[in-house]
Design a protein around this ligand. Structure first.
Ligand SMILES: Nc1ncnc2c1ncn2[C@@H]1O[C@H](COP(=O)(O)OP(=O)(O)OP(=O)(O)O)[C@@H](O)[C@H]1O
Length: 251
């Protein structure tokens, strides 16, 4: 089935997942529903399966048991190309290839016009730094081209997703810190990007978690808590402990 107009409702129904037949489950019988346009943060200890959970949505892997639905349709029944067109991903490692800045942004939507690319770069707070490069949008990236900072690369990847304009967004937030200035620029463009899209962020930053409409706490026992930052802090459970441990210095 080809997806036409997608609202971006996501539902995990009793999903279990393991990488190989005889390995142990990464998670078991996990259920989760995200309404269209909502902003959800996923937190939990390292190795608990946050990235694995998100990788099921574009079907990089398939669920082992249970069902994953988008707008009520099982992802296995959706044509893979149209499924992946509906999902934007911003990851820690940005994939850039040897080519111009323009070509690298166009990768998000191959038939985009130059004007659309520039508009996407503006939304991603990337236009200014691109214009300051020796050849602007025609500057070469890569071994023989300009060297970009981590924050600049991230903004190019955000521009790609603006261009693609998907209803569903997955953000695997960088753990390695960008410098403060880059971080606040990247954060601002991500906030813009997340507007009106179903967004799941694997959250490491305090600010991202605070802004979430719902925080899910994933541990080896599955989703053990969910709620807003304030309710979870009051609850004084796993979230409150993780929060205190991870963000002690930043609070
Ligand atoms: N491609 C893979 N093949 C086999 N096992 C994998 C693969 N990717 C991840 N795992 C395992 O699955 C488990 C969950 O990993 P995952 O990366 O989803 O956790 P995470 O919560 O995102 O961790 P982190 O916060 O450190 O990124 C880990 O035990 C990991 O070793």
């Amino acid at each position: 089935m080809t997806l036409q107009e997608i609202h971006g409702e996501l539902e995990f129904k009793h999903v279990s997942f393991r990488y190989e037949e005889h390995s142990k489950d990464v998670f078991t019988n996990l259920s989760l529903r995200v309404e269209p346009g909502k902003y959800i943060a996923l937190i939990g200890p390292s190795g608990v399966g946050k990235t694995s959970l998100c990788s099921l949505i574009p079907r990089f892997y398939d669920v082992t048991e249970g069902e994953l639905l988008i707008d009520g349709i099982n992802v296995r029944d959706i044509d893979l190309q149209s499924l992946r067109k509906a999902i934007g991903i911003v990851q820690q490692d940005v994939y850039l290839f040897a080519g111009t800045v323009m070509e690298n942004i166009r990768y998000g939507y191959l038939s985009a016009s130059d004007e659309e690319i520039i508009a996407a770069a503006k939304h991603a707070n990337a236009h200014e730094f691109i214009m300051s490069l020796p050849n602007g949008y025609h500057s070469e990236i890569g071994q023989r081209g300009v060297r970009l900072s981590g924050g600049q690369k991230q903004r190019l990847s955000i521009a790609r997703v603006f261009l693609k304009n998907p209803p569903i967004l997955i953000l695997d937030e960088a753990t390695s810190s960008l410098d403060n200035e880059s971080e606040s620029i990247v954060k601002e463009s991500i906030e813009m990007l997340a507007k009106r899209r179903t967004t799941i962020v694997i959250a490491h930053r305090l600010s991202t978690i605070r802004n979430a409409e719902r925080i899910l706490v994933l541990t080896e026992n599955g989703i053990v808590e969910q709620g807003t930052h304030d309710t979870l802090l009051k609850h004084a459970g796993t979230y409150a402990k993780l929060y205190a441990k991870q963000f002690d210095l930043q609070v």
